[in-house]
Ligand binder design. Structure first.
Ligand code: GLV
Ligand code: MN
Ligand code: MN
Length: 423
């Protein structure tokens, strides 16, 4: 097919039309086999052997598409399709690490839709002014190493990497050691310095119920709500379960459950219906049926779209813990203010939905994403497709194929328009 050389409005539609449903769904199915769970979900921890295997398959695919593949100091991968001019690229992509009970789409969809756009542009013979880059961001989920989104946050603020390298997973392996192993696994990849991006568009499943309830196939994501992550450590004393009278025990679990209840009540009182409070990870020592727990450590994940509520929560949390003195210790793990995406990038997403004749609606993301960090350095926005039953971080996570295809067409349209921007 002849390559067209001028940049006109028809190219974006042309690229969108070349999105191939069978190729897209086939790529999603294939990636889901790497780390497949017996219940249909995926368990592919960040920088595990499975993650490396998945990365290897995508590096090979990118090379067959004629892309240049590079990495950086945080093991992010960049798959670049050249543009006609040496300008900062338009980026897309997401992550391929999963939750332990992950689905097939969270993150993987955004990466594979990015690959589908690379293939569709090639099939359509569409050239772009700017390079187009698909990124795989390292450790977005934060379930193996905390905090999440290490790759994208390091991309925008490289100074964070030193602190991340010493973080350990549950088995005691440092994040730094896994970065070194990634380097060894892919010795031929060039490591590049941080680069400026023109724009970043992340396509993702909604992971909540709003689009499905509204029967709207595309969400124009205007921003991401704010988040606080903490670890709370409650101390007691190990003692015999059968002999220690109730009145004299120092049971760390009794204390932890009381503290958990107080934090939840605070969060709901401050945040109302929009509050999201989760205590998802618990560690009990010595974790034995007939010994009173000596230490219980649990995590707090609080989210809200209003920065004033998040600030009030920070103060209230300290007040909740204060009465327990040295028996309860708080360790902040991660925080981020709510983000509003760039109006110019939001407009491009909206324009893409309209150009495809697809219904869309504005939506604020309840989950955080790599786009949260990219928004600090370039015009950023996201596209959502519906999640069946609003379910995610669960093997049942699913989206209708037609919606997956439509989201990818909207992404292709948006990327081509952004790639052809002169400034
Ligand atoms: C990302 O998975 C999040 O916790 O929002
Ligand atoms: Mn995700
Ligand atoms: Mn996730």
């Amino acid at each position: 097919m002849n390559m067209t050389s001028s940049y006109d409005k028809t190219h974006a539609l042309h690229a969108a039309e070349h999105v191939d449903p069978a190729r897209l769904i086939g790529a999603i199915d294939a990636l889901a086999t790497i780390g497949a769970r017996s219940d249909g979900g995926v368990d592919r921890p960040a920088l595990s052997a499975l993650d490396i295997e998945a990365r290897r398959t995508l590096i090979e695919r990118a090379q067959t598409l004629g892309c240049t593949v590079t990495t950086d100091a945080c093991a992010n991968l960049f798959f670049r399709r050249a543009g006609d001019e040496d300008l900062p690229p338009v980026m897309t992509g997401s992550h391929i690490d999963t939750q332990p009970t992950g689905g097939r789409l969270d993150g993987a969809y955004g990466v594979l839709a990015g690959f589908e756009c690379l293939a569709a542009l090639a099939d359509a013979g569409v050239r772009t002014r700017r390079p187009l880059e698909v990124a795989i961001w390292t450790n977005e989920e934060g379930s193996r190493f905390q905090p999440g989104a290490m790759g994208s946050s390091t991309f925008v603020d490289p100074a964070r990497l030193d602190g991340f390298r010493t973080v350990r997973d549950a088995a005691g392996v440092t994040f730094g050691a896994t970065l070194d192993a990634h380097r060894t696994a892919f010795p031929a990849l060039d490591t590049r310095a941080p680069q400026h991006a023109h724009a970043f568009i992340e396509l993702h499943i909604e992971q909540g119920p709003l689009l499905e309830l509204a029967d709207t196939p595309l969400g124009v994501v205007t921003g991401i709500q704010g988040v606080r992550w903490h670890s709370v450590r409650c101390m007691g004393a190990a003692a015999h379960a059968g002999t220690t009278p109730m009145a004299v025990r120092r049971d760390a679990m009794t204390l932890a459950v009381r503290v958990r209840g107080a934090i939840e009540a605070c969060a709901l009182a401050l945040g109302g219906d929009a509050a999201r409070i989760t205590f998802g990870s618990w560690n009990i020592e010595p974790n034995s049926i007939n010994t009173i727990p000596s230490t219980v450590t649990f995590t707090v994940d609080f989210r809200h779209p209003d920065p004033a509520v998040l600030a009030r929560f920070d103060a209230a949390l300290k007040n909740c813990l204060a009465p327990h003195g040295a028996d309860v210790r708080l360790e902040p793990l991660f925080e981020h203010a709510p983000v509003h995406f760039a109006d110019t990038a939001i407009a491009r997403v909206h324009e893409a939905c309209d150009a495809l004749g697809a219904r869309s609606q504005p939506i604020v993301s309840g989950a955080f994403h790599d786009a949260l960090h990219l928004a600090k350095v370039c015009a950023t926005a996201m596209i959502f497709v519906p999640s069946r039953g609003g379910i995610s971080h669960n093997p049942l996570e699913a989206t209708d194929d037609a919606d997956l295809v439509l989201g990818t067409r909207a992404l292709a349209h948006c990327l081509v328009e952004l790639c052809n921007e002169a400034r």
